[in-house]
Design a binder for this molecule. Structure first.
Ligand SMILES: O=C(O)CCC(=O)C(=O)O
Ligand SMILES: [Fe+2]
Length: 355
């Protein structure tokens, strides 16, 4: 049996944190539960275009993440997505394992894919949708799989439009017209995956880790979280900062490919998820990348003598391969020269403890 399956414990039935899931001693405190610190900006997309673009640019430079409101994704759709996600993870373990991710696959049910880089297991389970969810949905609900597929399809369609719009705003904030980036325009201007994450209530949350620190290997990620906090972003000088859920708001993370595209101006955000004692948490991450085959490299307008090209061109699938091998060293492994002064990215130099 692939190890990914055998290491999947039924976290809902465990009354005491097993050693396999204990990340630190209960005496360690990295201040990560400090929730009154400053947090990521909240941006209202209904403001005028220039203001939104400038605010997004500032958020990308300083945080690599922000929340958005008035994004045109209906509450109804967000609620449906949440209901169907919760329904999936509430299935009995033997049922979920029917849709288990195979050891060499991307899609399906299983532990976090970054688990192989850590000695300890994370207090979470995930379900990845890449391409059509039909086959897995049939395994999960043999007589009733259509509703799940319909919600996923609608969610992905809406998210694709929003991701395209946000990509345009991010490029605009870098002084680049979307039309200047050939692949960024048109109906199939990106490809994507959907990652559902479930974090059961945990008997010893201070010693457990929901999802270890990582950056996303995307252009950008749009995250919906239920009304339970857990997401934290890392900011130099502030440490781990909690992103409190705001009803109806979505979180945007800058991914490694925008980091490359912007020649290091918009660093991808290091983030993680912690867990809590009483509440189940669910998050849905829309992972947005370029169309397959497109090489992502620093935009030529952002490269000059003072700002040499920092990264070599990579396709999304090449980069995913690099990430799967090098994890937190992936960006530096495609880097051509040192990070620019003032934009030195700690995770790019492996200065930050991961996990
Ligand atoms: O659950 C969360 O808030 C974070 C999820 C995440 O970072 C991911 O799926 O890549
Ligand atoms: Fe992530």
């Amino acid at each position: 049996m692939p190890s990914i399956i055998s290491s999947q414990l039924d976290l809902y039935s465990i009354k005491e944190l097993p050693e396999s899931h204990a990340w630190k001693s209960s005496l360690d405190d990295d201040g990560s539960r400090n929730i009154n610190a400053e947090s990521i900006p909240v941006i209202d997309l209904n403001h005028d275009h220039k203001f939104v673009m400038d605010t997004i640019g500032h958020a990308c430079k300083t945080w690599g993440a922000f929340q958005i409101v008035n994004h045109n994704i209906s509450h109804r759709l967000l609620n449906h997505m949440e209901t169907h996600g919760t329904r999936l993870f509430s299935l009995p373990m033997q049922q979920k394992l029917k849709a288990a991710r195979s050891s060499d696959g991307i899609a399906g049910y299983g532990v976090a894919r970054i688990s192989s880089f850590f000695d300890k297991l994370m207090w979470s389970e995930g379900f990845t949708i890449f391409g059509s969810p039909l086959e897995h949905a049939r395994q999960l609900w043999p007589y009733d799989y259509n509703k799940f597929c319909d919600v996923i399809e609608e969610y992905e369609n809406e998210m694709e439009k929003l991701a395209g719009r946000l990509m345009g705003l991010m490029l605009g904030s870098l002084g680049i017209a979307k039309e200047d980036v050939k692949w960024a325009v048109g109906p199939r201007s990106g490809s994507s995956a959907l990652q559902l994450n479930s974090y059961p209530a945990c008997p010893d949350p201070d010693r457990a880790m929901g999802l270890a620190a990582h950056t996303d290997s995307t252009l950008l990620t749009i995250l919906h979280q239920n009304n339970t906090s857990g997401l934290q972003v890392f900011k130099e000088g502030n440490g781990w900062v909690t992103v409190l859920p705001l009803r109806g708001a979505l979180v945007l993370n800058v991914g490694d490919l925008v980091h490359i595209l912007s020649n290091g101006l918009y660093p991808s955000v290091l983030h993680r998820a912690i867990v809590n004692r009483t509440r189940h948490r669910l998050s849905v991450a829309y992972l947005y990348g370029p169309p397959s085959g497109v090489k992502i490299s620093p935009l030529s307008k952002l490269v000059d003598q003072r700002n040499p090209q920092m990264y070599r061109p990579v396709t999304w699938s090449e980069y995913l391969g690099t990430k799967a091998k090098h994890f937190d060293k992936a960006l530096s492994s495609v880097r051509l020269c040192a990070p620019r002064i003032g934009f030195a990215n700690s995770k790019d130099q492996s200065g930050v403890q991961v996990g």
